[in-house]
Design a protein around this ligand. Structure first.
Ligand code: PPS
Length: 284
């Protein structure tokens, strides 16, 4: 990611909203045949579910809190594989990140050879975070209002498509993959346990001092202030008057946005689409 002079416009590919100049239909097609080194762990998220937070956790675990790695921007340490700027030769890459659905990732990733971490978040909080992100980003269409955004979210007419399909699809393939599901709400409740669990999944041992240091660098405040994690160097992508990437970083903020009627409507849709889904979300 870097400052760009190209016009920012969104487009659809396979019915899903992407954004130029970060994505291109041609590149998304070619991605399926990419050969990626299976030693690189893959982080998969639906947008606004805690991607950046988990990128920072994984990156610090993988480099054992090494200073030289921390001087590199997080989005270079953990690039988005769907970005046109992602280059397989990138040497500083420790992790590959993607918001893509199961169908669109490189075929090679769909095997037990890759360690995959999938971060989930209560969809109502995803909606609120995403609503603000659509207002804040210059490259996305600003929502008319919350009701309109809520309807678009349910229809999948938002950046990276349907939340429901994304999580259902990835979860339905879990037995064919080496995948760890981590909940944003668990990261909020007990980050220490989550970092230990992620380290163990990545086969990394952390001593107590390193673990403490990682926990300190993964706080909302630290990441918001850290120039290597806060996206301030690409401020031209965002309308800083309309918000901040590090907005609130809490659970349950949806209660400040959903009207009772909107909540009842969403719960009925949720029940219909996700009633049988095995993962449950705190604070629904
Ligand atoms: S993106 O654009 O998809 O990469 O966004 P993503 O990183 O997935 O999600 C952004 C939300 O995660 C919150 N965040 C955090 N919360 C708690 N602690 C830490 N350290 C942290 N880092 C990022 C961020 O504030 C966004 O949530 P909201 O609810 O909008 O504040």
């Amino acid at each position: 990611m870097e400052n760009s002079e190209e016009p920012m416009t969104y487009f659809r590919h396979n019915g899903i909203i992407f954004c130029s100049p970060f994505h291109s239909a041609e590149r998304l097609e070619r991605l399926k045949d990419f050969n990626i080194d299976p030693h690189i762990p893959v982080l998969i998220t639906y947008p606004k579910s805690g991607t950046t937070w988990m990128q920072q956790i994984m990156s610090l675990i993988l480099c054992n809190d090494n200073d030289s790695k921390k001087m590199i921007n997080l989005y270079t340490r953990a690039p988005w594989m769907e970005s046109v700027r992602f280059n397989l030769e990138i040497r500083d890459c420790q992790i590959l990140t993607t918001h893509l659905n199961y169908q669109m990732v490189p075929n090679c990733v769909k095997s037990k050879m890759f360690k995959i971490i999938y971060v989930t978040r209560n969809p109502k909080d995803v909606i609120v975070s995403s609503y603000h992100f659509h207002k804040y980003s210059r490259f996305l269409e600003a929502p008319k209002n919350f009701q309109d955004f809520l309807e678009n979210f349910v229809e999948g007419n938002v950046f990276f498509g349907s939340w429901f399909e994304h999580i259902r699809d990835w979860h339905s393939h879990k037995d064919e993959l080496n995948i760890l599901f981590v909940a944003y709400e668990d990261m909020k409740n007990d980050l220490r346990s989550v970092v230990q669990k992620v380290a163990s999944f990545l086969n990394k041992k952390l001593d107590e001092e390193t673990l403490e240091s990682i926990l300190n660098q993964c706080t909302f405040k630290h990441m918001k202030e850290n120039p290597k994690t806060n996206y301030k160097d690409v401020s031209d992508l965002f309308n800083s008057e309309s918000g901040s990437f590090y907005r609130k970083g809490i659970t349950g903020d949806w209660k400040n946005y959903f009207l009772v009627s909107q909540n009842e409507w969403f719960d009925s849709i949720y029940q219909e689409k996700m009633g049988d889904f095995p993962l449950k979300f705190d604070n629904m």
